[in-house]
Design a protein around this ligand. Structure first.
Ligand code: NAP
Length: 310
């Protein structure tokens, strides 16, 4: 039987944090988790988009328990602020879904000087996860889900140059690298936590191809007629070919809540770009343990964090 939102167990009393809950897959996750009784922390950066998302969730789930945590993953000071706020307001966190992302963006850097896609999709999330590990470790069956993409198959990562803007900038190459980094990070963190005998389960999930804002917003960031027409083209292809956002959100929902999920496992649609959420095999490059360990070490250096549960 295919996993659906109805298979999410009762989450009453559980606290779940979703990054990028203002649209797309994150919004679908937040709604589905609130529906099953979780207290959902919407970790987002834009107050207006967050208010719109909150209203949408409340229309679908009138008794939703929601909280807004300001978070800009393109700014490590903002990530540190979000960690401090969570630690001040909560004594445990049951699930963290590292979902927010940007794709196909023009040459841009984060506040800390990282290439934008690596900075937001991987480095900012790693700093958030590291900061919240002690709260996660205080929960009975804690879980971290790292959202990746099939584009990771085309990715290449060199820890020595992680986050460094490439010249010339290749938007899709940078996106693929950030999504491979998500997978390598999941593998290395799962191994680190196993060595420390920590109960936190870390898994990855990808949505296949889902109709969200992702395909248009990143490319449009460049401004100008060419960027706008490219974004329009991608938007048109997406509305024809992609599965609905709620279907694309199921692999991460399953990775976040199915009791059978193992540390380091990967989840995605059964038919690659669409279909029911099942366990999948990450691409060979994502299974390179030495590369994964080197990426985690470099990630900690660049972000100034250490992944410890205590
Ligand atoms: N849709 C697909 O087909 C697809 C395929 C493979 C992987 N994915 C992955 O799925 C995840 C979710 O994407 P989506 O498709 O749902 O796209 P989306 O609708 O564009 O949502 C992206 C979310 O990320 C947030 N975000 C972007 N930059 C941020 C920052 N600096 N700090 C905090 N939040 C930030 C956005 O917030 P704002 O509202 O403030 O912009 C938005 O909530 C991403 O990791 C993406 O790589 C999606």
């Amino acid at each position: 039987m295919a996993f659906t939102e109805d298979d999410v167990p009762d989450l009453t009393g559980r606290t779940v944090l979703v990054t990028g809950a203002s649209s797309g897959l994150g919004l679908e996750n937040a709604r589905a988790l609130a529906r099953r009784g979780a207290h959902v922390v919407l970790a987002t950066r834009d107050p207006d988009r967050t208010a719109t998302a909150t209203a949408r969730i409340q229309r679908a789930v009138p008794d939703a328990s929601l909280e807004h945590l300001p978070l800009d993953l393109a700014d490590l000071a903002s990530v540190r602020g979000a960690v401090a706020a969570m630690r001040a307001q909560h004594d445990r966190l049951d699930v963290l879904i590292a979902n927010a992302g940007v794709m196909g963006t023009p040459a841009r850097t984060t506040v800390d000087g990282f290439e934008l896609q690596m900075g937001v999709n991987h480095l900012g999330h790693a700093a958030l996860v590291a900061g919240l590990l002690p709260l996660l470790a205080a929960a009975p069956r804690p879980r971290v889900v790292v959202v990746t993409s099939e584009m990771a198959r085309a990715g290449q990562v060199d820890p020595a140059t992680l986050g460094r803007p490439a010249v010339p900038h290749r938007p899709w190459r940078a996106y693929a690298a950030s999504k491979l980094a998500n997978l390598l990070y999941t593998a290395a963190l799962a191994e680190r936590l196993a060595q420390a005998d920590a109960a936190v389960v870390v898994a990855s999930a990808h949505p296949g191809y889902a109709a969200t804002d992702l395909q248009t917003r990143g490319p449009a960031l460049g401004g100008g007629a060419l960027a706008r027409s490219r974004a329009r083209l991608l938007g048109a292809a997406t509305s024809l070919l992609a599965q609905p956002a709620a279907a694309g959100a199921l692999p991460q929902l399953r990775a976040a809540t199915d009791p059978t999920v193992r540390p380091g496992s990967a989840w995605g649609p059964a038919r690659g770009m669409r279909g029911a959420p099942v366990e999948v095999t990450p691409p060979p490059r994502a299974r390179d343990r030495a590369l994964a360990a080197a990426l985690l070490a470099r990630t900690e250096e660049l972000t100034g964090v250490t992944h410890r549960t205590g």
